[in-house]
Design a protein around this ligand. Structure first.
Ligand SMILES: [Zn+2]
Length: 286
């Protein structure tokens, strides 16, 4: 007699019990693999001094950013034809890009003004492709404020936030994927609830990381603009501009990816006080 027939029989008559056990083992295995491969990727960021988990190289970041740039620009009406606006942003950004920390990073920074007159936004792709919309640029009234916005975006690149977020997303997807597999019972559709809850938790974790990234970039942005010779209080003004722009019926997209300006102003002021304990010196560029 086939020695396996004894085991094979109950497996066929009670498929749920057995396959749940199997799914649980696979789920635990997936979770363990996700955690292992995430924590294996630890490195210390030279700009922020913080330990971070990243799975791609700076070269891969640059390649990804260059590949995505035309598509991203297209979503904002393409690049502006306003040569003066582009020249102004580039002249400010060149001062930021010349800072030792930025230069030494080796990221080939490029700064673009997007034609979009309606969407208030600025963003950076991994590897140094950096953008600001005409809508945001028009609301700023000094070079220092441009330096504040773009310094913040440069900080996202140097802190490698996108690459970090990608690794985190992969981890949370791996973990929630494991949870879905372990808890979802195909014969009981209500078990989907648990699986969806697991997914949601995964997303929440990712969102929280995003806000921390923003605050870190505010801090670094303030530092960069001051080092480039601009009055860092211009960053406070940027936040005020964003806050007032948020009053209209159409919420600027900037708010969906960046935390509430009111909360950030207090933190930015603290960062400026820390940078200049004896007060902001006279004669900085506005
Ligand atoms: Zn940001």
């Amino acid at each position: 007699m086939n020695p396996f027939s004894q085991r094979a029989m109950p497996m066929q008559s009670r498929p749920q019990g057995k396959s749940l056990g199997l799914r649980l083992i696979i789920g635990i295995g997936m979770a363990a693999f996700s955690l292992f491969s995430y924590f294996k990727s630890a490195s210390v960021n030279t700009v922020t001094g913080e330990k971070q988990y990243i799975k791609i190289s700076p070269q891969q970041e640059v390649a990804m950013g260059l590949q995505a740039a035309p598509q991203m620009a297209q979503q904002y009406g393409g690049l502006t034809r306003d040569a003066n606006a582009q020249a102004l942003v580039e002249s400010v950004c060149r001062r930021l890009a010349a800072l030792p920390k930025v230069r030494e990073s080796g990221y080939p920074f490029e700064f673009h003004v997007l034609a979009d007159e309606k969407t208030i936004n600025a963003f950076a792709l991994p590897g140094g492709q950096t953008f600001i919309t005409m809508a945001l640029l028009r609301r700023l009234d000094s070079e220092g404020q441009i330096a504040g916005v773009m310094g913040h975006e440069i900080a996202h690149v140097l802190a490698r936030h996108s690459a970090e977020r990608m690794a985190k997303q992969e981890l949370t997807q791996g973990l929630s994927g494991a949870a879905v597999l372990a808890t979802y019972d195909p014969s009981n559709p209500r078990s989907m609830g648990t699986a969806q809850v697991a997914m949601m938790i995964g997303n929440l974790v990712t969102m929280k990381f995003g806000r921390d990234d923003e605050l870190e970039s505010d801090n670094l942005g303030v530092r960069f603009m001051a080092e480039a010779g601009y009055d860092p209080r211009g960053m406070v003004r940027v936040m005020e501009v964003l806050a007032s722009a948020g009053g209209g019926s159409r919420q600027p997209e900037f708010f969906s990816t960046h935390p509430n300006p009111d909360n950030r102003i207090a933190r930015i002021k603290t960062a400026i006080d820390k940078l200049y304990p004896n007060g902001v010196p006279q004669g900085l560029k506005q």
